[in-house]
Design a protein around this ligand. Structure first.
Ligand SMILES: Nc1ncnc2c1ncn2[C@@H]1O[C@H](COP(=O)(O)OP(=O)(O)OP(=O)(O)O)[C@@H](O)[C@H]1O
Length: 271
């Protein structure tokens, strides 16, 4: 099995006086797709930022194949780990192909040009996210979903052993959501991905970690984690969970809250 082993152990994160994550531990085994779920503000992005070395932990460690990610040289980390983040810059005066080519940078020396292999990899990465037709377009004129697919293509060209993604599907139409998560599943890499859509998380992740108020409150295979009780406790919603007859994965249906709907008033023309 290809990919790196990620071990986050006892990580606590703060920003000023604010605690963003508290004593969080998680693992992602080689080749696993591990999902991070939880309500808004529960600490998912902060934890991912710690893994890809933007937010230094106050305590605890992030180990990639046994090495402390925070003490390794930046370039060495970039050869192993790629990140697709939510707050990526959009005012980039480059063609799509050039943005994707940046994924090769950790594997090259400063003035190395693109090789034929690089160009093939860039094209196949763009094709994998259905964005080859965008290759010559200016990146900053793309739609939100097109941009998101291009950033995934850039991460693919990096050929990472560990790929960390923060809500990679939030701008995508349903077909591209399914396509991108399918691509991630087939990668010869370990994937840690924050997702809001619980049915996508159930369908594509081997295991889930649930964050609430900066702490891990549940973890395990989707079928063990996504229970009505957990969804009520963490999200405060009523839900039914069934096993999908064809995929065998949990399928969550949310029930409208706020009690029964009052009967509609008669329409003036008919009532
Ligand atoms: N630099 C910061 N300074 C102060 N507070 C911060 C900072 N970064 C994040 N927070 C706060 O920490 C909490 C966790 O934020 P984070 O972005 O990690 O949550 P999340 O689970 O990714 O949320 P969402 O689902 O909305 O993307 C939030 O309450 C957020 O407002």
């Amino acid at each position: 099995m290809k990919g790196s082993r990620l071990v986050v152990e006892g990580v606590t994160l703060t920003a000023g006086a604010r605690r963003l994550a508290e004593d969080v531990s998680l693992t992602a085994e080689r080749g696993e797709v591990v999902g991070l779920i939880g309500p808004n503000g529960s600490g998912k992005s902060s934890l991912l930022r710690c893994v890809y070395r933007i937010l230094r932990p106050d305590s605890g460690t992030v180990r990639v194949d046994g090495a402390d990610a925070w003490t390794l040289p930046v370039r060495q980390v970039a050869r192993t780990l790629a990140a697709v983040v939510q707050d990526a810059a959009t005012d980039v005066d480059l063609a799509v192909r050039e943005v994707v080519a940046m994924g090769r940078a950790p594997h090259k020396r400063l003035l190395d040009g693109d090789t034929a292999d690089d160009r093939r990899l860039i094209a196949s990465s763009l094709a994998a996210v259905d964005a080859l037709h965008l290759a010559d377009r200016p990146y900053d004129r793309l739609s939100g979903g097109e941009r998101q697919r291009v950033l995934v293509a850039r991460a693919l060209t990096q050929q990472p052993a560990l790929l960390v993604l923060d809500e990679p599907t939030n701008h995508l139409d349903i077909r591209h959501q399914l396509d991108i998560l399918g691509v991630l599943r087939r990668l010869p890499a370990t994937v840690l991905v924050a997702l809001h859509d619980l049915n996508l998380a159930a369908g594509f992740c081997d295991r889930l970690y649930v964050l609430c108020d900066g702490r891990v409150v549940a973890s395990g295979p989707p079928a063990d984690v996504l229970t009505p009780a957990l969804l009520q406790e963490v999200y405060g919603v009523d839900a039914e969970v069934a096993v999908h007859p064809r995929t065998g994965t949990p399928q969550v249906t949310f029930l409208p809250g706020g009690g029964p709907r009052p009967p509609a008033a008669p329409h003036p023309a008919t009532g």
